[in-house]
Design a protein around this ligand. Sequence first.
Ligand SMILES: Cc1cc2nc3c(=O)[nH]c(=O)nc-3n(C[C@H](O)[C@H](O)[C@H](O)COP(=O)(O)OP(=O)(O)OC[C@H]3O[C@@H](n4cnc5c(N)ncnc54)[C@H](O)[C@@H]3O)c2cc1C
Length: 382
Amino acid sequence: MNSLNLEALSATDLAAIERATGWAQSFVADRAEKWEFERRFAKEGFESAAEHQLTGLLVPEVDGGAAVSTLGLARVLEEIAAVDFAIAFSLVCHNNLAGSVARNATGDLRSETLPGLVDGSSLGAFLLTEPEVGSDAAAISVSAVSDGDEWILNGEKAWVTNGSDANVLSVYAQTDHAAGHRGIATFLVDANIPGVVRTPAYELIGGHGLGANGIRFDNCRVPGKSLFLPPGEGFRAAMEGIDLARVLVSAMCCGMLRTSLSTASNYVRNRNAFGARLADLQGVRFKLADVATDLEASRLLTYQAAHALHDGGDASVEAAHAKKFSTRVTETGVASCMQVMGANGAKRDHPLPRHLAAARLTHYVDGATEIQDVVISRSLLD
Ligand SMILES: Cc1cc2nc3c(=O)[nH]c(=O)nc-3n(C[C@H](O)[C@H](O)[C@H](O)COP(=O)(O)OP(=O)(O)OC[C@H]3O[C@@H](n4cnc5c(N)ncnc54)[C@H](O)[C@@H]3O)c2cc1C
């Protein structure tokens, strides 16, 4: 298998990759730094992504989606994150929710929610994490109490990607605190109803374009049909989706590292010191050679995990290896690329500072690095 294994990509995949690449380079590249500077959700980025049919990537064609494969989606996100991680991550959260609604929702809930998610007139968000609960997701405390033909939600969610602007919220809530993860259900909630309170967007090291904030539910009454996944099913679905999410984060890291390597390589070819090009100094050459090796290894781990997922088996260990390795080498690799560029490496007239901050964030999303080690060590030792 070469590192791209392009033979495995369908015509649909290739078309989506081409759309995403062109869109990221023509629309996102000129705006990503502005979104970061203004510290706000990339609203017009999402709207433009919808126009480029990048909002229903995991939805079957019969429902209006693009139905790309796991490997195809990984390549799409690699190309978008090569330009900007924040908008790539925003899109992945939206697309994962749209895919889940297409697979699991029925009746009115499906017909009222899915078309908007697919055409991008609705923006989706995934609400699992809470201010006091992250890695130990089964311990969430947002409660859902049944009251006649309604449910009442109470409590607070944290780290909601797209939270500043989302209108469809996929809320994980506990229906029976004695039941642990078996009591967790998922609700699809309209973000603009009474009782839904958005807290201000977070001030972060970077990645503001993904629009992360907290969302509180104050005696929020939702109709019975909002129950998307019943108690027990909610937690199971969240855990099932996590391996795909990890592979996609790994792919996004490959994109950021690739851009950093090409930016630094161009720079050192054109800058002189001590009578020679920086590119002729062995210390510089070897630093970039190390980044290139890490990039190649990251891509292989990512594509291997994507193939394992696609084949339908248990890919949790492959996904954990890929995410752990790619996030680690992206953070160190982007920094190495900035180092060979001297002080100009720290300027914001190229994307490396943005990628460095984003690389730090990748260590937390979809299971922190240590949680990948929990998965890997369990497979080794238990
Ligand atoms: C940019 C960004 C976007 C996000 N978007 C979303 C989103 O859209 N929806 C959502 O629900 N969440 C989202 N999250 C939250 C993310 O999923 C959590 O940050 C993650 O689950 C880790 O939880 P925590 O940050 O609370 O860390 P904690 O669980 O408090 O962990 C703190 C530290 O302890 C370590 N640790 C915990 N348990 C173990 C263990 N058993 N063994 C060893 N070490 C351990 C962790 O690895 C970590 O280093 C987002 C986070 C970020 C940074």
